[in-house]
Ligand binder design. Structure first.
Ligand SMILES: [Zn+2]
Length: 498
């Protein structure tokens, strides 16, 4: 068998194992009965560790190395893939296999204890696990320290070449430019009929509306699936199958709507990746921030725009004619763009959002610089929440442990704010080619999808984060677009000067 044939055989095994892991992870989060979750996670780990062992084996690593040195018989795109794979494997192999395997174990038990805590409010088990997890990541960092040290190792892992000093600069800019406007707006009167907060929306009807929104966006049961979970997420299997979840509550219609638009934004990204990349290292998104830039683009830049609400208002009335009869189109627009201090990041308006992210980023920095132990997370979170938004959580459930992310790792949060900033740059660039408002006024997502497909999505993970920003917008990444967007939108809504 030639090296190329051997390589293809390995790739098929890895692709199949990864697919099995995706099915198991999605199943565990959506339909697996509570009593069997632990077992389900064990089975997931079995397949994930098997894939890890194959990928990092000497045999496979040497094969990839040989093909990188002598790529005859490979197509140009495959040569690029090999190059990327070699880089990733070289890095992965720096972590001893027993430590990598311990990581799977710690993450699954920490995730399960987070789910338990979310249900019961008792986080004592999670407290213990998160401490073990931070210790694990400290060892993990040590194995990979080279160009980057400490927390930067984790940041770079989530977002290529983004470091603490770059994020510091980014967040400092937001604090200087956006925070004063936020403070001003927080003290202003509401612009909508606040009784809407007390209206209840039947969950079955919400499910039907969800389906309608998905179809409107170009996501249906031929290429996706919407499950239900505590913490919505998207899981990309390949460019024909990307599954998402949402959660329903009678009180939170708009939370579901925007969560769906967000997750479907993630899904559309992966569905539009070049099909040749399926099952390869180029499958899926380029980076966490680029991924978030796409989900938040659909959720906010489109979904919370005046033009879209104009199109969407009559649809809302079709589903909830009695519930919404006292509320105008303006009520809905101002309600879904209401800037207010509340505790939940995923419910945050666009202006407070980056500060929710900043709080978590500040805590992560302290955890990995040794300035904070895990038992101090809760107090630190409460203190920062009070500093930035002037409110204090009653408990860990609505405070520091509201998000699932710390159950599986660190360094992810700042990419949320970075992604939102990248969305703005894509938005202004797209505006040069397309009348986005005119599209949204008629619910035309196709034109938008096509632009994103050809400017951002098609590259999958074949290009790096900042390369894609440059290719799509003809400019280097520039957070000033984010500041411009937030200022333009919210000074207009609230009729304030900056
Ligand atoms: Zn997201």
């Amino acid at each position: 068998m030639s090296n190329v044939e051997k390589y293809k055989e390995f790739r098929t095994r890895l692709k199949n194992l990864t697919y099995a892991c995706n099915v198991l992870a999605f199943d565990e989060a959506t339909v697996c009965p509570k009593l069997d979750k632990e077992n389900s996670m064990d089975v997931y780990n079995y397949f994930a560790i098997e894939a890890d062992r194959i990928a990092t084996s000497d045999e496979y690593y040497n094969l990839v190395k040989e093909l990188n040195n002598n790529p005859s018989g490979l197509e140009d795109i495959e040569i690029e893939m090999i190059k990327k794979e070699l880089k990733e494997l070289t890095k992965q192999r720096k972590i001893p296999s027993d430590l990598r395997e311990l990581g799977y174990e710690i993450i699954s038990k920490t995730s399960l204890s987070w789910e338990k805590g979310k249900e019961t409010g008792d986080y004592s088990e999670f407290d213990k696990n998160i401490n073990e997890e931070v210790e694990y990541y400290k060892k993990y960092i040590k194995c990979l320290e080279d160009k980057y040290k400490g927390y930067d190792v984790l940041l770079d892992e989530m977002e290529d070449d983004f470091t603490e000093s770059m994020y510091d600069e980014f967040f400092n800019k937001l604090e200087k430019e956006i925070y004063p406007l936020l403070k001003k707006i927080l003290s202003m009167p509401k612009k909508y009929n606040e009784n809407i907060k007390n209206v209840k929306f039947d969950i079955d009807k919400q499910r039907k509306l969800t389906k309608r929104i998905c179809e409107m966006m170009g996501y249906d049961d031929t290429n996706g699936y919407i499950g239900e979970t505590l913490h919505p997420f998207t899981n990309g299997f390949n460019s024909n199958d990307v599954r998402t979840t949402t959660s329903y509550s009678e009180e939170l219609l708009f939370s579901n709507i925007y969560s769906v638009m967000h997750e479907v934004g993630h899904a559309i990204y992966e569905l539009q990746v070049d099909k040749r990349f399926d099952g390869t290292v180029f499958q899926g998104g380029a980076s966490c921030a680029i991924h978030e830039s796409q989900s938040r683009f659909f959720e906010n830049y489109l979904g919370r725009s005046k033009a879209f609400i104009h199109y969407f208002y009559p649809i809302l009335l079709e589903y909830f004619p009695n519930e919404l009869k006292d509320y105008t189109e303006d009520d809905i627009y101002y309600y879904v763009n209401d800037v207010y201090a509340q505790l939940t990041r995923t419910e945050a308006d666009e202006l407070t959002y980056p500060f929710h992210v900043l709080i978590r980023y500040n805590i992560e920095k302290k955890l990995f610089s040794g300035k904070l132990n895990t038992d101090g997370i809760s107090d630190e979170f409460d203190c920062q929440m009070e500093k930035y938004l002037g409110i204090k959580p009653k408990n860990k459930k609505e405070g520091c442990y509201q998000d699932i992310h710390w159950a599986s790792g660190f360094g992810y949060f700042p990419t949320y704010a970075l992604g939102s900033a990248m969305s703005a740059q894509f938005y202004y660039s797209m505006k040069k080619d397309i009348d986005i408002d005119a599209c949204m006024e008629k619910g035309d997502f196709k034109t938008i999808r096509e632009w994103l497909g050809s400017h951002v999505h098609k590259y999958g993970a074949s290009k790096k984060n900042l390369e894609i920003v440059k290719l799509a917008t003809n400019e280097e990444f520039n957070p000033d677009y984010y500041i411009k967007y937030l200022k333009e939108k919210f000074t207009l809504i609230y009729g304030v000067e900056e």
